[in-house]
Design a binder for this molecule. Structure first.
Ligand code: SAH
Ligand code: SF4
Length: 368
């Protein structure tokens, strides 16, 4: 074992096959990869010293030549009822990402980030308002799940579901997101069912088609938020590139290829997309489609004046959909008291530290 090009490899960035190659490259038998994988993804080891079935010399080598940590927790907040925990990770290059744990009766759902910032610029979204910094590596995506898996394990609990609905657009970081998904579903390690990990997209049409071709079991959610191009163009700039007709074609293609239903996300904004006209247009758009709609009253953000729809409007919208044969669920907003909306904790933390967000954004952008 001589130090080589492996210097500062982040082991969480590797697939199982890459880890096996790594182990073979340093002339070790491949079963060492199985052991390390198990330590990482089943026992959530924090350090190499915990990996007691590895020879001391290998532990020392790994310690010297590789890294395990993919982020430092700089803020942790719990909602008043203790059911929602939000963590802000600081990455080695001073980017920040957020992860949220939501405890339901039976489920322990994690909302994880796939990018630092986001390039899509949806006007109502705190992450969209901050702009794009960079893609997360595979390890930076999976580490969020491992951090909470460790925390839950200490209470005898497990992560049961993951939604890729934190910061960033998962399909804009396609390869790393899907490798992270593979690492988290690997039966030798973390072993989460592929059906338990939902990928949410703003509607990147070519990527949706590519994902459909892979015929994976991980569900797809599409953030629709408006049913006419005129309205959607205003909320979601990427709609000008791939308008609703292209997006719906891609969604039909996905359903046809996978036989899986799509969940459409709809943030209800008072007086904006909560009208009966929009409900009627949505009903038309989703006619005879294998799908479900999640209605989420808007979470207000600093950079956007919109407000959540009233309970009355939410009910009226849902009833209108129901009459058109569209099934929907109204999602309760979780962790509002800790600003658990996408991108909001980072903004507040930087503000608390007196760091101008624009200035930090400039610095961060120069990093990549
Ligand atoms: N980029 C992906 C996934 C991350 S955003 C996507 O857009 O789907 C996750 C979800 O949160 C999306 O449905 C997004 O539209 C929604 N969202 C963003 N900001 C919101 C806000 N202020 N209130 C309610 N939902 C919001
Ligand atoms: Fe990006 Fe999704 Fe926010 Fe749009 S809603 S800016 S795609 S994170």
């Amino acid at each position: 074992m001589t130090p080589n090009s492996s210097a500062s490899v982040n082991l969480y960035d590797l697939s199982f096959n890459e880890l096996t190659e790594f182990v073979q490259d340093i002339d070790l038998p491949s079963y060492r990869a199985d052991q390390i994988w198990e330590w990482l993804y089943r026992r959530y080891a924090k350090s190499f010293s915990m990996m007691t079935n590895l020879p001391l010399s290998l532990r020392a080598f790994l310690d010297e030549e590789t890294v395990l940590n993919s982020g430092k927790v700089v803020s942790r907040q719990e909602s008043k009822d203790g059911q929602t925990i939000k963590v802000l990770f600081q990455l080695p290059d001073n980017n920040f990402i957020e992860t949220v744990l939501m405890r339901y009766e039976k489920r322990r759902t994690l909302c994880i980030s796939t990018q630092a910032g986001c390039a899509m610029g949806c006007v109502f979204c705190a992450t969209g308002q901050m702009g794009f910094f960079r893609n997360l590596s595979v390890g930076e995506i999976t580490y969020q799940a491992l951090y909470f898996a460790r925390l839950l394990a200490s209470q005898g609990e497990k992560v049961t579901n993951i939604v890729m609905m934190g910061m960033g657009e998962p399909l804009h970081n396609y390869d790393n997101t899907l490798q992270a998904l593979d690492n988290l579903t690997d039966s030798r390690g973390f072993k989460l069912g592929a059906r338990k990990i939902t990928i949410s997209t703003v509607g990147l049409v070519p990527a949706i088609r590519k994902y459909a071709d892979e015929r994976r079991q991980s569900p797809l959610a599409v953030s629709l938020h408006a049913a006419t191009d005129k309205e959607r163009d205003r909320l979601i700039p990427i709609n000008r590139r791939w308008p609703l007709s292209d997006l719906m074609d891609a969604c039909h293609y996905y359903i046809h290829k996978t036989r899986r239903r799509i969940t459409f996300e709809w943030a209800l904004i008072s007086g904006n997309n909560d009208t009966l006209e929009q409900a009627a247009a949505l009903g038309k758009l989703l006619q005879n489609m294998l799908c479900h709609v999640n209605l989420i009253p808007l979470n207000p953000t600093a950079g956007y004046g919109g407000q959540p729809s009233s309970r009355f409007r939410v009910t009226a919208f849902q009833e209108a959909l129901s009459k058109l044969g569209i099934s929907s669920t109204v999602r309760v907003r979780r962790g509002i008291d800790i600003k658990a909306g996408c991108g909001q904790l980072r903004d507040r933390m930087l503000a608390d530290r007196g760091i101008a967000i624009e200035e930090t954004a400039g610095n961060q952008q120069s990093n990549h």
